[in-house]
Design a protein around this ligand. Structure first.
Ligand SMILES: C[S@@+](CC[C@H](N)C(=O)[O-])C[C@H]1O[C@@H](n2cnc3c(N)ncnc32)[C@H](O)[C@@H]1O
Length: 220
C-alpha cells in the first residue's frame, strides 16, 4: 500500500482525520469507553501493561494514547506503527516520538509487509469493530499479527461487540449511527465467533468481556 490518501480510504478509517483525532481521547478513550461501552480505558491500559514487549507492533494506533501511557518492560522499546490512514500514523508517531517509532502505511486486513517473527508483542486495540465485513473474516487479522510475532510473544487487543451483549440506550443509538455510516461494522460480532477465531490461531489465549468490550490476550 503506497501513499494512500484520506479520500481513498473506507469510512471506517477515513473518519480518523486530524480534526476527529484531536477529539478522540476525550470522546472515545475517556467518555465512551466508560459510559457507553462500559469498559473504562484503565482496563485497556492494563492489557498493554501486561502484554507489551521490548519490540512492539501496534496496528491501528489512532492517537497513540495507550502507547503513550503504557509501561514497557524496557526504557526504550522498539515500536512499529501500522495504519492505513496517514493522519493516524502521524498523530500516534508524534505522540510517542520519544520512542522514535517506525511507521508503515498498510491495511490490517492484508498480510503485513514486514519481515516475519520479529516482534515480542502485537496489539490491535479497538480495531476489529471498525473493520468492514463479518467477524469470521476480519479475524484473518489474527494470523497477520501472529506471523509478525516471535514464538512465545503476545498478541492482544480489544473490540466492541454487537451481538450477545447488553447495550444501554446510548450504546444502541451510537451502534445504529456508526454502523449505518460504516464507521463500525460490528452488529453481528459476538464473543462466540471471536473465541473460535482465537482458538484457531493461538495455542493459548484469554478472552474476557467488560461491558460490551471483548478483551483478548494470546500467546504465539
Ligand atoms: C478506533 S481507532 C483505535 C485507536 C487505538 N488503537 C485505540 O485503542 O485508541 C481505529 C484505528 O484503526 C485504523 N484503521 C481502520 N481501518 C484500518 C485498516 N483496514 N487497516 C489499518 N488500520 C486501520 C484507523 O485509522 C484508526 O487509527
Amino acid at each position: 500500500m503506497s501513499s494512500v490518501t484520506q479520500s481513498d480510504l473506507p469510512t471506517s478509517a477515513a473518519v480518523y482525520s486530524p480534526f476527529t483525532l484531536a477529539l478522540y481521547d476525550l470522546i472515545v478513550v475517556h467518555l465512551s469507553c466508560r459510559f457507553v461501552w462500559r469498559c473504562p480505558s484503565v482496563e485497556m491500559l492494563a492489557l498493554y501493561n501486561r502484554n507489551t514487549g521490548a519490540s512492539h507492533l501496534d496496528v491501528g494506533p489512532g492517537t497513540g494514547y495507550f502507547l503513550d501511557h503504557a509501561t514497557f518492560p524496557v526504557p526504550r522499546p522498539e515500536i512499529t506503527l501500522v495504519d492505513c490512514n496517514l493522519a493516524s500514523l502521524r498523530s500516534a508517531a508524534r505522540r510517542i516520538k520519544r520512542y522514535s517509532p517506525r511507521t508503515i502505511q498498510a491495511d490490517a486486513l492484508q498480510p503485513l509487509p514486514m519481515e516475519v517473527a520479529r516482534f515480542d508483542s502485537a496489539a490491535a486495540n479497538f480495531l476489529l469493530h471498525c473493520l468492514p465485513g463479518a467477524l469470521h473474516d476480519k479475524t484473518a487479522l489474527f494470523d497477520h499479527l501472529k506471523h509478525q510475532v516471535k514464538p512465545g510473544g503476545k498478541v492482544f487487543g480489544s473490540t466492541i461487540l454487537g451481538r450477545g451483549v447488553e447495550q444501554g440506550w446510548l450504546g444502541r443509538k451510537l451502534m445504529r449511527i456508526y454502523n449505518s455510516k460504516g464507521i463500525f461494522s460490528n452488529t453481528e460480532d459476538s464473543l462466540d465467533v471471536l473465541d473460535k477465531a482465537l482458538a484457531a490461531s493461538f495455542r493459548s489465549y484469554r478472552l474476557r468481556l467488560a461491558g460490551t468490550v471483548a478483551m483478548f490476550e494470546a500467546v504465539v
